[in-house]
Structures are given as C-alpha cells and as structure tokens.
Design a protein around this ligand. Sequence first.
Ligand code: IMP
Length: 191
Amino acid sequence: MKLCFATNNLHKLKEIQALLGDQFELVTLSDIGCETDIPEPFETIAENSAAKAKYVCDHYGINCFADDTGLEVTALDGEPGVYSARYAGPQRNADDNIGLLLDNLSTKSDRSARFLTVITLVTDGKYQQFEGTVDGHIISEKRGSNGFGYDPVFMPNGFDRTFAEMTLDEKSLLSHRARAFAGLVGFLKQL
Ligand code: IMP
C-alpha cells in the first residue's frame, strides 16, 4: 500500500519505513507535490494531527498519516502544548522556547510535564488515532547536546539524564513518538 507520511522530515520517514518493511511504500509531502504549510488551527494535539491528515487526504486523495507532538507542563495548565514549536515566537527557536519555559516555571514548585504524540491515520476514509506519552519533569538548567527542541530540559521519570544526554537509541526506547509509532506500525502490519 502507498501511504503518505505528512512530513518532509526524511529522518522520521526513514525510521518508520524501516519499521514497516516493503509492504508499505511511504512518500513525503514533497513527493506528492504538497508545498503548503498545512494549517494547525486547533487547541489540542489530537485535533491538529487529524487536521493535517484530513488536509492531505482531501487535497491529494491518498491514504496518509500525520503526527503532532507537544510538551504539556502541569503548572502551566498544559502549555506550551500545541504552541510547543513557536512558544517564544514565530522564529520557532528551541533556545528561545526553553528560555521562556524556564522563566515561566521559575516560581513554580511543580515541575512535572509530559510529551504527547498523536498520530492520525486515514485509510479509505477511515480515521484511527495512536497516542504515545512519556512523563517526566523540567529541570532548571539545560543539560546535554543530543536531540532537539526541549530535550535539554526534559528528564523522563526514572532517569537521571535528560533526553539530550541520551543517545538516539536510548531515547527511542521510551519516547512519546516511538510509543505512538509502535501503535501505528502494529496496526498497519495487521492490515
Ligand atoms: P512536531 O509536532 O513533531 O513538529 O513537534 C512540535 C514541537 O514539539 C517541536 O518543534 C519541539 O519544540 C517539540 N518536540 C516534539 N518532539 C520533541 C522531542 O522529542 N523532544 C523535544 N522537543 C520535542
């Protein structure tokens, strides 16, 4: 089956293609000629993930899946959430985002947070969602240089290292995204 993964991140695409095997031919947004910055107008990760998948399906008539991720911080009522990429502004800069997050948490004692990934799969007009989470807390200074986004300040529960201090293989064993994709891959392999 040919399936569009609503991304242009070739690294993500390669990882998922390897998990799925030859039974599925994955293509990216550019492969199907979609150059649009697909709108993500909603207040929840699940709705934005569905909106991306629906956009691709409606405009290009191809079966597809889309992922959306956010960091939800308890003491900030779930922020940055859907605004994770552009928390400190449209420049989408990870250092700026972390700076703002640490400022906003400076007076809070509860540092608990989680990452949430929701994947929406549309096959023949049918919608399915797969969710993955990882619980942890936000430390007060950046540690580590691996990964991206909020990794230098996110320490998963049960570990004394941030995601940015882990190798990609270590992070992949417990990450929100890996858990959500495990659900998707399990489902697709049964089709
Ligand atoms: P996306 O939906 O995968 O594009 O993620 C949205 C934003 O969430 C990213 O721009 C990052 O700021 C943040 N984010 C997503 N996944 C991770 C992660 O694994 N580590 C750290 N930050 C992440």
